[in-house]
Design a protein around this ligand. Structure first.
Ligand code: PLP
Length: 394
């Protein structure tokens, strides 16, 4: 059975061009980039080129790019660097809808004596920017906000916030793991101090990420060890993956226009048709400010996990929450923060497309999903009640 993969916010297919670029670095070119001999030096040169390609995608300078092992490490490093470099300050700010890579770190810091402000979002997942600025204090060390939400795709106004925060002596970090490669990002015009990205979300390999650190930002390493990454991240480089990520960054630059037209059109058709064919279904999140590839749709009065299992029988891969939180039956903290009613949050499915999706796959989901929902509703006590139920208020 063919796989219809619509779970690209969980991870993406590694582009064939990326695989091709990586392969020689497992076999012929296995030198250590730190070695003095030219066998290692040639590998170091390839890492330099990868750094330049990532810098180009971000509108950054190559020496502002630090390679890490994943988005989670980049987030942890940024938060660690911000608070260790400003030890006199004890107040930190984030949003209520961050990925666990940021959320769990902030919760830990709150237990360790930091005062944490969690900025709320509205029912469409839009950040309360006034709340953020009303809560800044002279003691604020760090503001960390995601660029785009992994569950709903909602985009925060990072450029506008960065400009307003600039010059206040507060470190501004953004988790751009879902945004990079999908929407244009230019650090030259966006005064963010640190930015995280992850290779496997943009058709690169798993196990490699980047932390962008603006020149002049105070930095304290998280992983101490050798002199790699100019002493900012010890550990022998994941050479093949770094080279693969460089190639993925190049491709992402080329594919961005397609993401924002062809992929967006596929996503919009999927969403419009499902909502037209299925009663009591609605989109979670601000439709105007969203990633072009993502839709989170609430199917009221059914269990998301049951929908996923039944779609799985047709090879359709989607997600009922973020990849890291699914597996728990708790409704996602993102949908709860948005005030999505319980009966809708439980039946929310995220479809996240990529450049590899085609129209016939969208057609198949449009055909298969309505009878799945109908069947599940006919079996569920909530579903039977829903015949006489008004749709949730939102
Ligand atoms: N931040 C966001 C917004 C994400 O969506 C993810 C992964 O789902 C991460 C961070 C973690 O990235 P990684 O899987 O590379 O650690």
């Amino acid at each position: 059975m063919a796989v219809i993969y619509m779970d690209n916010n969980a991870t993406t297919r590694v582009a064939p061009e990326v695989v091709e670029a990586m392969l020689p670095y497992f076999s012929e070119h296995y030198g250590n980039p730190s070695s003095m001999h030219s066998f290692g030096g040639e590998v170091a040169q390839k890492i330099t080129e990868a750094r330049e390609k990532i810098a180009a995608l971000l509108g950054a300078k190559p020496n502002e790019i630090i390679f890490t092992s994943c988005g989670t490490e980049s987030d942890s490093t940024a938060i660690h660097a911000a608070i260790r470099s400003n030890p006199e300050k004890t107040h930190i700010i984030t949003s209520r809808v961050e990925h666990p890579a940021v959320k769990n770190r902030f919760e830990r810091l709150s237990k360790q004596g930091y005062r944490v402000t969690f900025v709320p979002v509205d029912h469409q997942g839009r950040l309360d920017v006034d709340y953020l600025f009303d809560h800044l204090t002279p003691d604020t060390a760090l503001v960390s906000l995601m660029w785009a939400n992994n569950e709903t795709g909602v985009i925060f106004p990072i450029g506008e916030i960065a400009k307003k925060l600039s010059g206040r002596g507060i470190v501004f970090h953004t988790d751009a793991v879902q945004a990079v490669g999908k929407i244009p990002i230019n650090m030259d015009e966006t005064p963010v101090d640190m930015l995280s990205l992850s290779g496997h979300k943009l058709h690169g390999p798993k196990g490699v990420g980047v932390l962008y650190v603006r020149k002049g930002t105070k930095f304290t390493p998280f992983l101490l060890g050798g002199h790699q990454e100019r002493g900012r991240r010890g550990g022998t480089e994941n050479v093949a993956s770094i080279i693969g990520l460089g190639r993925a960054a190049e491709l992402a630059g080329d594919m961005m226009a397609g993401e924002n037209t062809r992929v967006r059109r596929l996503r919009d058709r999927l969403e419009t048709e499902l909502i037209a064919r299925i009663p009591n279904a609605f989109v979670n999140g601000d439709p105007a400010h969203r990633l072009p590839n993502t839709t989170s749709i609430a199917f009221e009065f059914v269990e998301g996990e049951s929908i996923l299992l039944m779609m799985n029988q047709y090879g359709i891969c989607a997600s009922s929450g973020s990849a890291c939180t699914s597996g728990s039956l708790e409704p996602s903290h993102v949908l709860r923060a948005m005030g999505v009613p319980f009966t809708a949050a439980h039946g929310s499915i995220r479809f996240s497309l990529s450049t590899y999706n085609v129209a016939s796959e969208v057609d198949l989901v449009i055909e298969k999903l309505p009878p799945i929902i109908e069947r599940l509703r006919s079996m569920s006590p909530f579903g039977r009640q829903s015949a006489g139920c008004a749709p949730a208020q939102r």
